[in-house]
Design a protein around this ligand. Structure first.
Ligand SMILES: [Zn+2]
Ligand SMILES: [Zn+2]
Length: 250
């Protein structure tokens, strides 16, 4: 790795900016690895603590880990997320302007970012040879002089605690996401039933009146709400790029 560093994109870890109000971090110009992250990786530091990340990346981390079978430190943790149907490469969607023009990253690299540090485009190798394994204990960042002492990780009490916390946080995240999804479906069903009633030419005036009044009194009339998924009242959707899964085939 080249030793020249310059002002680059802000690191995903908090406290790694150039100054308190700076929105840049020092990065090595060869692989865009954050200088601070490289020095902690060189000391063999690895962490599962998502609170070390800047706030806006914590959900991203949970989303990522919710797609990995997090096992024991000495097991392979397989990727459960998107696999590109054409190339069969596992991938995780993340826009990282300044780091990469690609919007999809190999989950092993993402796992490295969330544990070893924001090492940019530093290569990452597995000790197990599994293409889908995202266990950071099996991932070695290349060319940054990382020294890996497998045994000390497996025996580390601190890492065991962090891992335990991460598992809990991922579980909570998965439940929250499921509730959000259910809420969305509920709203849609109710709104669509209402629309069917109101749009039906056979509906009596008194029924329409009652439906509208009931909704207004409950604060649920379409004019009072901004439902996240407003059924038949939705505006036409833009066919914008599908961020989550741009390679999905129609
Ligand atoms: Zn950093
Ligand atoms: Zn493995």
């Amino acid at each position: 790795m080249s030793n020249t560093a310059e002002e680059g994109e802000l690191c995903i870890y908090s406290g790694h900016s150039l100054g308190r109000f700076s929105s840049h971090s020092m990065r090595y110009d060869s692989h865009q690895a954050c200088v601070r992250c490289v020095s902690s990786a060189r000391e063999g530091m690895l962490s599962f603590d998502i609170d070390r990340l800047m706030k806006k990346y914590r959900n991203k981390a949970l989303k990522f880990w919710s797609q990995v079978d997090i096992g024991q430190p000495d097991e392979c943790w397989m990727w459960n997320g998107v696999v590109n149907p054409r190339t069969k490469q596992p991938q995780f969607a993340w826009r990282r302007p300044g780091i990469s023009t690609s919007t999809q990253h190999h989950p092993q690299r993402v796992a490295m970012w969330f544990t070893w540090g924001d090492l940019g485009f530093t290569g990452v190798k597995t000790t197990c040879g599994e293409k889908y394994c995202c266990n950071p204990f099996h991932l070695i960042p290349q060319h940054v002089g990382v020294f890996v002492d497998q045994d000390s990780y497996v025996d580390s009490f601190e890492l065991a605690c962090e891992l335990h916390t991460l598992r809990q946080q991922v579980q909570e995240y998965v439940i929250e996401e499921a509730i959000k999804e259910e809420q969305k479906n509920d709203d849609t069903a109710e709104i669509e039933a209402r629309a069917a009633l109101l749009l039906d030419p056979n509906t009596q005036y008194v029924d329409r009146f009652e439906a509208v009044m009931t909704d207004i009194l409950a604060g649920k009339h379409i004019s009072q709400t901004e439902p996240s998924n407003p059924g038949l009242f939705r505006a036409p959707t833009d066919n914008e790029e599908n961020d989550e899964n741009p390679t999905e085939e129609f």
